[in-house]
Write a protein that binds this ligand. Structure first.
Ligand code: ADP
Length: 245
């Protein structure tokens, strides 16, 4: 039976969400850097029950050669959800959704990377979602940006992201799968935190001008916190290398 939004209570009498969070509360975020030894850079991100791994290869030779860009690097991103990442097996064939997310993740990262430092090369970012529960594109951006930094790619800043949701007239931070399915809006936002520059904003649902303003304020606050965790994870990896681990 198809459930209708009205049948799913997304906010209880205490103002708590389906997973017990307050509207302004993110799911626990864990970032681990350098999990994949064969990649030039990698990062594993857990955002609630989302599990995402990003691997960066490059700068390296461009294949096929006709894709070479003479004055900068070619940044390629491939986002894929593994067949077991959702309750009902997902076909391994790239879906339209995965092609769209690959494109928007790439666009969210491009402003942060000094592509002109690496002419005639390719930088490939592979993102695999091991488990999905709403917000995989924002978790992917967090993982990919951290993996690029781990690969030693010159960057203006990291990129961090969070999705703001709408339940009735209430804005909530970091929507999960159920909220995404039965809520009234989803606005993924990515920023270069040091510059406060937005590199991605999408909206599914109807947001008033005032709601967009508040969503950006909310996102910005949480993006600063995510940025701190990205830097902490990167620093911890290099501290371990110095200790000879
Ligand atoms: P995001 O993961 O960035 O929120 P969407 O809004 O497109 O992207 O997807 C929301 C959620 O819907 C995903 O995180 C995932 O939990 C679920 N989902 C997406 N594709 C599928 C699928 N093919 N089968 C089952 N669930 C899916």
């Amino acid at each position: 039976m198809i459930k209708r939004a009205a049948q799913v209570k997304l906010i209880d009498e205490q103002g708590r969400r389906v997973d017990g969070r307050l509207p302004d509360e993110m799911r626990p975020l864990r970032i681990e850097v350098g999990k994949l030894k064969s990649a030039d850079g990698s990062a594993y991100v857990e955002l609630g029950s989302n599990k995402v791994i990003a691997a960066v290869y490059g700068p390296r030779e461009v294949v096929p050669r006709h894709e070479v860009i003479p004055d900068r690097a070619l940044l390629r991103c491939r986002y894929a959800m593994l067949p077991f990442s959702v309750a009902e097996r997902k076909s391994p064939q790239p879906t339209r959704r995965e092609i769209e997310i690959s494109k928007v993740v790439r666009e969210a990262l491009v402003p942060a990377v000094f592509l002109e430092e690496y002419p005639r090369t390719a930088i490939d970012v592979y993102i695999n979602v091991l488990e999905a529960d709403g917000g995989t594109r924002t978790a992917s951006i967090i993982a990919a940006a951290t993996a690029l930094a781990d690969a030693g790619i010159a960057m203006r800043d990291l990129v961090a992201a969070v999705a703001i949701g709408k339940i009735g007239n209430l804005l909530v931070v970091d929507i999960n799968g159920v909220e995404d399915q039965y809520g009234d809006g989803d606005m993924p936002i990515a920023m270069m935190p040091r510059y406060g520059e937005i590199t991605l904003i999408q909206a599914d649902g109807v947001f008033t001008k005032e709601e967009v303003k508040r969503a950006l304020e909310l996102a910005s606050k949480h993006i600063d916190e995510i940025h701190r965790l990205q830097i902490k994870a990167l620093k911890e990896t290099y501290a371990k290398i110095e200790e000879g681990e």
